[in-house]
Ligand binder design. Structure first.
Ligand SMILES: Cc1cc2nc3c(=O)[nH]c(=O)nc-3n(C[C@H](O)[C@H](O)[C@H](O)COP(=O)(O)O)c2cc1C
Ligand code: SF4
Length: 660
């Protein structure tokens, strides 16, 4: 077992900037040197039988480094051979001693970085049985979401067996060397299925009132405690607010009663959660203001005496620092901020805030889990490749002089990665600011200003690695002659254009970029020509201003380029604002008072409008041929290659940066 490191934060800038985050706290008999916890994260990096892989170990080792002595929780393990508790194809298992070697390596990897190794038991209940034709729950309440399996009601024998399996898996956690343990009752998994009146309709001792519905939790806590002994801190993740009003479910008061019952049953710390996967209320998307859910941590602090921790959109360290200072929270948990940047809290401690790669709350990581794919991150190309040496930036064999045309996310990502490898890199940006389309996208509504955090991060990294900036300067053939670089990276992005249809001169045409920037003059009835992200941004901004908006697009659904875990939010918002959509459609002609939409089944629909917003993007790569003629090596990245997403821009930039 690794030697425990001693942590002294007193000389670190972050400990002064955030005085409450780096103070010790006691959970049961264990003193944790700070208030930081990496929250459990399924990553689908284990093999199909639940064995931990080198990729999973290295993923966790980086996060363990990041918590600088705090708690680092391993993903929730499933505990039954039948796999009813398994929610993800690559979920780690702990139903047999054969898993011990892998679990031991995991605990050692975490402790080796001086972090506290936390182990999580997670039976996924209604969200389980991912490899089966059913899942299990306290009662046969039909699923609301089609992706989950039909529910089979658990018998008392099933319940007793499941509790025993929790205890046995807990024992394996202790044998593997974990130092802390938790039981997950998050987002509609088994524990919460029993506690909620929505999913627990039982009439035996495991159902009925809130006391009865908590009996499964109490029995599980008591059996796990017996298995792990008196010393080890035991934590539970419990829902404070189910947000299931449309189908019933517990009141927030009942949820607090469940907290008190957990405390009485011997729990040493409670992690506050909110919302269920079946809830229609968004909880962790970008439109949810950071810190919104802290009122639930405050309620929990008032309900129980044990320490209270919480994650959920606490991305800016100022927010948890203040909450802890005010006595409304004890421990700052993070999941996605540390998927995006595994060293996030370490950088907070070192005062390197602008070097934090920010999570943009897009939920691609979650979408991948539900599509049985290994973890990946929208903004962090190294995520889940931590063990792959060929994926890391290593010193370049031949140093090159490189010009990057375009200061958007693709160009900037490339620039600092290439510079970190020893290349001489010059970024030319024709505008007087960096950011490319992200600069525009960040003017969108509902938290989109957070997108610019990515550009701030990339700029800080460029400065750290000595990238030269030439703002307000366009790369031209003459400039290439003057500079004669070894390589030209075309990260020139897109332009917004439009096809020429009959009558087009009859209406003012404005670009979606000008709309989001607030530069365009727009009438009261608007047709948006396009259905992807820029079109959605423009539609939301204009409908928010009270304009009557219609979207016309060729694809089968709106937001084809938006990640599936996010698009439903936009669809809800567009619907609420009364935005009309014509899918698999196009504008065929402009008339005196509007446009003719060619819609499904060859129908022609006249739509009245006074402004048309053009929202389709075309790549800009005019310089490619010119540079090639001059004998300069040219690489095209980001939207200049194919208009796609911020993620593609970053990943393109990174991959080219480590290769060149
Ligand atoms: C990809 C992913 C996997 C997760 N896996 C688990 C898990 O295994 N156990 C658990 O209790 N919560 C899990 N969660 C929930 C997180 O621990 C966390 O509570 C949630 O993401 C909100 O915090 P955040 O805003 O810091 O991401 C997962 C979340 C994500 C995004
Ligand atoms: S995939 Fe998106 S939500 Fe998940 S960590 Fe990365 S940026 Fe954040």
């Amino acid at each position: 077992m690794a030697q425990k490191m001693k942590w002294d934060y007193s000389n670190q800038p972050g400990a002064k900037m955030f005085p409450h985050l780096f103070k010790p706290i006691k959970i049961r008999n264990m003193t944790i040197p700070n208030r930081i916890k990496y929250a459990a994260t399924e990553d689908n990096l284990n093999d199909h039988n639940g064995f931990i892989t080198p990729a999973g170990l290295e993923y966790m080792r980086e996060r363990a480094k990041g918590v600088v002595g705090g708690i680092c929780c391993m993903q929730g393990v499933y505990m039954d051979q039948k796999r009813e508790g398994q929610g993800y194809v690559g979920q780690a298992a702990a139903w047999d001693d054969k898993y011990l070697p892998g679990l031991t390596k995991m605990a050692d990897a975490i402790k080796g970085e001086g972090a506290i190794a936390d182990y999580q038991l997670m039976h996924c209940g209604r969200v389980g049985g991912v490899e089966l034709d059913h899942c299990v729950g306290p009662s046969l309440v039909p699923q609301r979401l089609k992706i989950f399996r039909p529910v089979k009601e658990m018998s008392k024998e099933d319940i007793r067996l499941t509790i025993k399996q929790h205890a046995e898996a807990a024992k394996r956690g202790v044998q593997a060397g974990f130092e802390m343990m938790e039981i997950s009752g998050i987002v509609g998994y088994l524990l919460s299925n029993f506690i909620s009146s929505y999913t627990n309709r039982r009439t035996d001792e495991y159902g009925g009132d809130i006391e009865g519905r908590c009996r499964f939790m109490v029995d599980t806590i008591e059996n796990v405690r017996d298995a792990i002994g008196k010393e080890m801190p035991l934590m539970v993740r419990l829902c404070a607010e189910e947000l299931l009003d449309e189908v019933g479910g517990n009141t927030p008061e009942e949820s607090m009663t469940s907290y008190k019952i957990a405390e009485k049953a011997g729990i040493d710390c409670i992690s506050v959660t909110q919302g269920w996967q079946e809830s229609g209320t968004p909880v962790i998307t970008r439109d949810i203001p950071q810190g919104k859910w802290l009122y639930n941590a405050k309620r929990a602090k008032q309900a129980v005496k044990v320490p209270v921790s919480m994650a959920y959109r606490l991305f800016d360290p100022k927010i948890p620092d203040k909450a802890i200072g005010e006595g409304n929270l004890d421990i700052w948990e993070m999941c996605r901020p540390m998927i995006a940047d595994p060293h996030m809290p370490k950088k907070v401690l070192e005062g390197r805030l602008d070097e934090i790669r920010p999570c943009v709350a897009c939920n691609l990581c979650l979408a991948r889990l539900f599509r049985d794919a290994p973890m990946t991150c929208y903004v962090n190309p190294i995520c889940a490749h931590e063990s792959d040496k060929s994926w890391q930036a290593t010193p370049a064999e031949t140093k090159k002089r490189i010009i990057v045309a375009g200061g958007g996310p693709a160009g900037l990502e490339f620039a600092y990665v290439a510079a970190s490898r020893g290349h001489e890199v010059h970024v030319f940006e024709e505008k007087d600011h960096l950011g490319g389309q992200i600069w525009h996208a960040s003017k969108g509504l509902y938290g989109d200003e957070e997108l610019m955090g990515m550009i701030t991060y990339q700029y800080a990294m460029c400065k750290r690695h000595g990238v030269d900036f030439h703002l307000g300067q366009k790369v031209t053939p003459e400039l290439l002659d003057e500079e004669s670089p070894d390589s030209l990276i075309l990260a020139t992005g897109v332009k917004f254009g439009h096809p020429n249809v009959p009558g087009i001169e009859k209406h003012p045409l404005v670009s979606a970029l000008d709309v989001v920037e607030g530069k365009a003059t727009v009438g009261d009835r608007v047709v948006i020509w396009g259905g992807k992200k820029p079109a959605i941004s423009a539609a939301l901004i204009l409908s928010e201003k009270g304009k009557k908006v219609t979207m016309v697009f060729k694809e089968r659904k709106v937001g084809k380029d938006v990640n599936p875990s996010y698009i439903w939010r936009y669809i809800q918002k567009l619907g609420a604002k009364g935005v009309k959509t014509y899918k698999e459609a196009d504008i065929e002609a402009f008339t005196d008072d509007g446009v003719i939409v060619k819609a499904l089944y060859e129908t022609r629909i006249p739509v009245k409008c006074d402004t048309v917003v053009y929202a389709e993007r075309e790549p800009v790569r005019d310089l490619e041929a010119v540079a090639k003629e001059k004998g300069i090596e040219v690489q095209v990245i980001g939207d200049a290659l194919v208009p796609r997403s911020l993620s593609n821009a970053i990943h393109d930039g990174y991959r080219m940066g480590i290769r060149i």
